[in-house]
Ligand binder design. Structure first.
Ligand SMILES: Cc1cc2nc3c(=O)[nH]c(=O)nc-3n(C[C@H](O)[C@H](O)[C@H](O)COP(=O)(O)O)c2cc1C
Length: 333
């Protein structure tokens, strides 16, 4: 079995799946500025989640192909899938595996109403029987593609309240290589601080199960230093970072700061790739890219005014013009 998880150096660091954020454009930036020969075995990427139901026919596959596109520099990369229908999960994962991903991750943590109402995402916390069937179906799908890549699960500590003792052992009965825990309940969304103290309890359950499952902690990691400290303090095998990477393509390199000029120039590059990969082929509107502007453009004199101008743009060319003017006017180029 090609199981990249077993070859990682610990602690390793994971880019969280974030819908409409960690798309191919942003992941490319994070790989280009953050992955290198030395840390290749320490940084794992995730795609945005993709609906299994949508991947069951040719039309849906064509429509969703942009979510499952990746570049070699992103490896190891895991595709994240969600769904509540084991037959569809099997079909979808047969297809996903055939695309060359290093692994498949099942979303069992999404709190979004539209996902929960289908019985998928974190609704599976309330239905462990179906959750187990889904893990088996994903394996069956991979096998029917003639492949053998590892399966992992990303979930939360409970639905309405913490329910680790009832939920986690159910997952551990199945064949999973890694388990990511977002240390909040579904009900808490991201409104309260993540509770890292629960890692200890989950580690004990993994130990008790006698299985070799890697534990990845997730929630509120601020920067690379914080990720390293949390790995050390709580003893996780890996740390997953979501919002902490916003506006910082250097995140995984451990680089602690960047100049204003560097930051604004990578923003131009990011918008250019976004245009090429997503906006011009009409997979996503340019407004989706604007979610990143605040993270890149803040904390300096004139940031607000620059942001206001950038929010009016419609493509990377306009962004480039505005930023170059700003850099010139401020004698930065
Ligand atoms: C905009 C956004 C989109 C997200 N999309 C997904 C997703 O597609 N799949 C998933 O498992 N989690 C998703 N999440 C949750 C993150 O992966 C992560 O668990 C959460 O943000 C907590 O980590 P953080 O505090 O480091 O951001 C999303 C979060 C955000 C902010």
């Amino acid at each position: 079995m090609h199981n990249f998880w077993t070859k990682l150096n610990k602690p390793f660091f994971c880019l969280a799946p974030m819908s409409d954020v960690t798309d191919i454009a942003f992941r490319y930036m994070l790989a280009k500025y953050g992955k290198n020969r030395e840390n290749r075995n320490k940084v794992v990427f995730w795609t945005e989640f993709v609906a299994a139901d949508g991947l069951c026919d040719k039309f849906g596959r064509k429509k969703l192909a942009y979510i499952l596109k990746f570049r070699e520099c992103e490896r190891p990369i895991v595709a994240q899938v969600f769904g509540a229908n084991p037959e569809n999960m099997k079909k979808a994962c047969q297809y996903i595996a055939s695309l060359g991903f290093d692994g498949i991750d099942i979303n069992m943590g999404c709190p979004d109403k539209s996902v929960i109402s289908q019985g998928a995402g974190s609704a599976l916390i309330k239905n462990p029987k179906l959750a187990r069937e889904i893990i088996q179906a994903v394996h069956a799908g991979i096998k029917s593609a003639g492949l053998n890549i590892p399966v992992s699960v990303k979930t939360r500590i409970g639905f309405n309240k913490e329910g680790i003792d009832a939920w986690i052992p159910e997952l551990l009965k199945e064949d999973i290589s890694a388990l990511t825990i977002h240390l909040r309940t579904t009900k808490e969304l991201s409104l309260v601080p993540a509770n890292w103290e629960y890692i200890k309890k989950i580690k004990e359950l993994i130990k008790k199960s006698g299985k070799d499952v890697l534990l990845i902690g997730n929630g509120d990691v601020k920067d690379f230093k914080d990720a390293e400290e949390k790995a050390q303090k709580y003893g996780c095998d890996g740390i997953m970072i979501g919002r902490g990477v916003f506006g910082n393509p250097w995140f995984f390199s451990g680089k602690e700061s960047s100049s204003l000029k560097e930051r604004l120039e990578v923003l131009i590059e990011h918008t250019q790739i976004f245009d090429e990969e997503l906006a011009m082929p009409k997979h996503k509107g340019f407004d989706v890219m604007k979610k990143h502007f605040k993270a890149y453009v803040n904390g300096f004199d004139g940031a607000k005014e620059l942001r206001i101008k950038l929010m009016e743009t419609e493509n990377s060319k306009q962004v480039e013009k505005i930023i170059k003017n700003f850099l010139k006017n401020n004698k930065l180029i």
